[in-house]
Design a binder for this molecule. Structure first.
Ligand SMILES: OC[C@H]1O[C@](O)(CO)[C@@H](O)[C@@H]1O
Length: 457
């Protein structure tokens, strides 16, 4: 929104206005402060996810959600009231801390509360909520962009709504049985398990939870443990899957869709509307994942999604190259602009049934108990780190690499699709306690598996 740019990023505003008469389209939004504004949130989230793992372990999942909600609320209010760039970025950092706490505690909470046979679908619901949030934010931006004054303030302060829901919700949510056992409250844990399973017959599951908790307490140093050769496959997944998820380039579309569409020559309103369309596609394609992930498995979703993404990235890169060339001079015809948006929608859909949800699901289901907490922290922090990197350098990359940027991300999707093909075993339908057998029978990873070792089962 012009009013926002003029107030906080006047350089970007003037550069954009001057360009209306021509000049390179690739660099008009290249501004380090604008990128810092976008990406500072993820840096804060990365640091907070480690703090959250300590809070979550010591005080329970709901306390972490409560802290996350409250800090997010303060961030939203600061952002809406910001009078200068410093306060704006401070608010953004607090939003990040809230997100770090939420990302760490909510998936753990969900998977501990879920009955085992619903765990996959419920886990994908986490990403479903992420995509719904993005869509609502895009709609809010579309609505507030037409306000004469202070549209940006309304847009930013409305982040307080989910913050209040989360804070109040956390007060009323019960704690998970796993967390209660971990904190020595066995009786309470059993009553809770009976309540959430809807039956008094929970002895077997309760026994398993006690054993799992005892086992995890025996592991003195999960961080040292996860570095052992026998956990190499899991460590590889915990690092590479979130890294690859971000290197699909999805957040270029999610963060900068309006900017990208403006670069393609759409007006302000049309650019925001197009961002709403990609947001809708994102939500509906995530639904596809919920309904197919336990039927077809993870690998087919990854492989079909990856292949489609590669095709779309090559197509978008080629179209932009043909219109803007190397010097960034040129204008999109209406027809070609629409075709480009359609291709971007296919790309978003392919991501939303594959790397989006599976980027969270797959790492969370491959760790044996004794390294689960460490593995999950690695997963979240690698994800946040690369979200930060992409947020921080995208506008500069677009300016420097031009249309080549799309080939750059497309190249990464080629690599990750081959990684899935050769190195990721199928985890569909395998009970989490038996998960180590997928590595023992894998052509590559079996060499890391001690044949007679059962401690990690
Ligand atoms: O749906 C897109 C969103 O999904 C994620 O890749 C994972 O939650 C986010 O980084 C991104 O903004």
């Amino acid at each position: 929104m012009d009013e926002f740019l003029l107030k906080f990023f006047p350089n970007v505003y003037h550069k954009e206005k001057n360009l209306k008469e021509g000049g390179s389209q690739y660099c008009k939004f290249n501004d380090h402060m604008l990128q810092l504004f976008t990406s500072s949130l993820y840096l804060a989230a990365l640091v907070a996810s480690f703090a959250a793992s300590i809070t979550t372990k010591a005080f329970g999942r709901k306390i972490s959600m409560l802290i996350g909600g409250l800090i997010f609320l303060i961030g939203a209010v600061l952002n809406g009231a910001a009078m200068n760039l410093g306060v704006l970025i401070l608010g953004r950092l607090l939003l990040g801390v809230g997100i770090g706490y939420a990302n760490q505690s909510v998936p753990v909470y969900l998977s501990e509360m879920a009955p085992p046979k619903l765990r996959g679908a419920l886990n994908v619901c986490f990403q479903m909520a992420v995509t719904l949030g993005i869509l609502i934010a895009n709609l809010v931006n579309y609505g507030t962009s037409t306000m004469k004054k202070n549209g940006w303030r309304v847009s930013l302060v409305l982040a307080a709504v989910p913050a209040v829901i989360m804070t109040v919700g956390a007060v009323f949510l019960p704690d998970t049985p796993n967390s209660l056992i971990d904190r020595g409250q066995k009786e309470k844990a059993k009553t809770m398990l009976q309540k959430i399973r809807g039956t008094s017959n929970v002895d077997n599951e309760f026994e398993d939870l006690i054993i799992a908790s005892d086992m995890s307490k025996q592991v003195e140093n999960p961080w040292g443990n996860i570095m052992k050769p026998r956990y190499r496959p899991q460590l590889t997944v915990a690092v590479l899957v979130p890294f690859f998820q971000q290197l699909t380039g999805i957040n270029v579309i999610m963060f900068y869709a309006p900017v990208l569409f403006k670069t393609l020559g759409f007006g302000d309103g049309a650019a925001l509307m197009t961002a709403v369309i990609t947001g809708l596609v994102n939500v509906f394609a995530t639904l596809i994942s919920i309904f197919t992930v336990d039927r077809f498995g993870r690998r087919p979703l990854f492989l079909v999604g990856g292949t489609l993404m590669i095709i779309c990235q090559i197509a978008v890169g080629s179209i932009i190259a043909s219109v803007f060339g190397m010097d960034g001079l040129g204008t999109f015809s209406k027809g070609l602009g629409n075709i480009t948006v359609a291709i971007i929608c296919v790309y978003v859909a392919a991501f939303a049934w594959s790397w989006g949800p599976l980027g969270w699901l797959v790492p969370s289901e491959v760790f044996p108990m004794e390294i689960r907490s460490a593995g999950q922290s690695i997963n979240v922090s690698v994800n946040m780190f690369f979200t930060f990197i992409i947020g921080q350098i995208f506008l500069t990359m677009l300016c420097e690499m031009k249309f080549g940027l799309f080939f750059f991300f497309g190249g990464f999707v080629v690599i990750m699709t081959f990684f899935i093909l050769f190195f990721l075993p199928e985890t569909k339908g395998i009970p989490i306690e038996d998960i180590s057998r997928i590595w023992k029978s894998h052509w590559f990873w079996k060499k890391y598996m001690p044949a007679d070792d059962n401690t990690h089962v």
